[in-house]
Every structure is written in C-alpha cells, then in structure tokens.
Design a protein around this ligand. Sequence first.
Ligand code: FES
Length: 78
Amino acid sequence: MAREVTHEERGPVVLDDDDKGDDGLIYVCQCGLSDSKPLCDGSHNATTDEADGVVYKYPNGDADGERREVDEIVYADK
Ligand code: FES
C-alpha cells in the first residue's frame, strides 16, 4: 500500500519537550494523515486495512473522510 498526501508546509518545525507524550517519547507521523504534523495523532489507524499494492488518496488529507483508490501517483514536472 501507498498513499498520496498533500502538504502545504514550506519549512521545518522545531520540536521540544512539550511535544513529548506521557511516556517521554516523541511520535513522528509517517503516514502523512496527522492533523498535528509532524506529530502522530492516531490518524494512522485509518490505514490499517489498506491492501498491499494499492495506492490510496485521502481527500483533503482527511483520515476520517472517504478514501479512494488511484491508479498511480502522478508527480508534477520538476
Ligand atoms: S503515523 Fe501518522 S498519525 Fe500516526
């Protein structure tokens, strides 16, 4: 599985102690669906039933929205 996610940020963010969870660890989102990027907010739970070999699009990056399958991820020319 893979997913296409749109990001609008143009630079880095600095993390500090306030970003640590109750266990003292910082959980960084790798699924791309968190509303609290770069921190994980649990939105990755929406991906647990994604099938291998399928590419998904989550409209507006909304993990709670209706996802759809796409044929492929199309990259804009650089
Ligand atoms: S890994 Fe993306 S929300 Fe948890």
